[in-house]
Design a protein around this ligand. Sequence first.
Ligand SMILES: [Zn+2]
Ligand SMILES: [Zn+2]
Length: 735
Amino acid sequence: MSKTKPNYDAARIEASRQAAWEQRGDYEAPSPEEGQARVYVKPSSPFTSGNLHMGHVRDYSIGDAYARFRRARGDAVLLGFGFDAFGLPAELAAIERQEPPAEWVAQCGERMLGQMKRLGFSFDYDRVFYSSDESQYRWSQWLFLTLLEAGLIYSEDATVDWCDTCQTTLASIQVEDGRCWRCHNEVRLIRRPTWFLRITPYLEENDRNTERLRNWDDLSLSTQRYILGRSDGVELDLEGSGGSLTVFSPHRRALALARFVLLSPRHPDVEAWTESAGVREELERMRSGGWERSARDARSVPIVDTGATIAGPGGAELPVLVSPLVDARYGPTAAFGIPAVDEADAELGRRMDRVGAEQGGEEAAAAPVPGAREAKRYRANDFSISRQRSWGTPIPIVHCESCGAVPVAAEDLPVVLPRDIVATGEGNPLAERPDFVDVACPRCGAPAKRETDTLDCHFDALWLWVPAAVPPADRAEQMFTHPDLRQWLPAERLVAGGDSGGFVFDQRIVTKALRDIGPFAFLEEGEPFAGCLFHEMVIADGRKMSKHLGNVVNPDELVAQYGADTVRLAVLYAAGPAKTLNWSDGALRFANRFLRNLWTYSQDRFAQLEEATHDPAAAADTEHLRDRLRKWCENGLQRITEDVEQLQMHKAIRNVTRLFERVQDFEKRVLQRRGQLDRADAEAQVAALVLLIEALGPFAPHTSEELLLASGQLDSSGLPAPWPRSAPIPVAAGG
Ligand SMILES: [Zn+2]
Ligand SMILES: [Zn+2]
């Protein structure tokens, strides 16, 4: 009578379920029906590094569990995915292997997608994109031109690291102790024209909106506030030899103690205060001196004394100094130096003879200064978006001797990056390709040169949350104006690592810009993500995983040994998203033991149900126990549902395991009382098991589905199973 009950064979179960999912087309984003909730879940877009690491597994396990939960509840779900495929990591890997980065990226992507499928992540794989595909980067170019036209992109000289031997600029991670990573020669700083993204017009709105964001967890909100770097205080208009100056301080009650005024080298009026030849030279030296590296340390940050003074709030003449320390604290503004109340100012004061050491009078000055207005400053500032690298989106600009920098016409996009380019680490391979560089000026037709800088991959990332919402077949022709965007945006949830705050901040800025320019007018708040969950990283032995330390955990090995469901369950269960996950085999063993126990126990009970007989008197005697089991199920389900809604998967899993203990406890009590289960008891027990197996679905989807089929309660036409409402255990007659 009893069926064969195979042992828990994860490899077999997972292969069979994954084949079924693929056949059913479960993960294709549906066309939402009238009244159906539309849920776009956006996990992070990884670099094409070649291997998923445990941080990715954590990210996608959370996003996938949430997507499966929302699908099971009947919502239209898009779980989108794409690679951040341009940029330095791929270029460096390609240099090491002496192959075109395009080939390296394709191999890596294929391999990583294979790993993701093996883990059972339910992305809409047909919608996967690479930012380095022509059909993608043409839209990065479109975005560049659109923001340029709106005045949100501009060109300005900036300082970059340069290696004379390699004839190339270097990214900061390629500079080790002031030396080139490749040839170990000393690096010097040069000034060259650089493209910048202007974000300052939207800082205030990002600030205001941050207070109104719902469904953003504390970690994601705190990163937004940190990047914004808001300081509240007062400002005062002062007059001096360089004209009038509005000066800020967060120390509103100590203005009268100001001993100097510190001006940012990026302050729009800085030229007027640095007119004498010697001072201007010093300022230029500061600007080309790589001060970004030490701009936060008051002991070493460069200072230029302008020699000028300005009449301070206490009546004294205050020396006017220039230092990038202002930028690092308050952005490109002017700030009071108040050594009596500010440690950094005190340090600067000690370094400047002219400031003087006198620092008394705190009490006398602890009163508001007339004329001081409430004010705030933001540290976040415009940033450079161009790099002298070959593996990136070509900037759609042509340099003409007579017309200057001319934008490429939108209908001439994409400006195609030669696919066969091989980066060597020397020079800029793009600049050495006449077939790329030499072009007619779009305006006057004269011979001209293409811009050979490419866009930093951070610029591509500004809109990497968009492509998955557009059907692949349409992407070459239509992107930012595609009608589907209205149904999927804003994304219901972004799930990303705790270090993604900068990306998210800038994505929020660009959304506002595109709202004002037009295409995203339907996003009235200018927010790309309605909800956001940031999770901390995965470490091992209390340290960051690294090849160097030999503590890297390889997800493939874990999947081969334990199965995908065990790995997913362990990663989710081991720590809440706000906590760093210190990886240990303990969580794996726990998850694996739980799945094995549930597997065997459930199949035994499914089989026993077939043999159970009914006796009304016996059933009546255990009615109160069934009633209690029903309440446990209801409470458990309610808790699990709330936990998953808040993406607190570790809590949800704990509640699933607790419910399993209670199902076992129910059986124990019935056996103690009657020696065997009546059919009514067995039915109630199986109903409870089915409920908990359904609730396990988002976390261990393979095991869950296979057990549901084994339960005999539904056949494959009932899959994927809906989220349970309650266990069908009859309510006791008496109450
Ligand atoms: Zn070098
Ligand atoms: Zn021209």
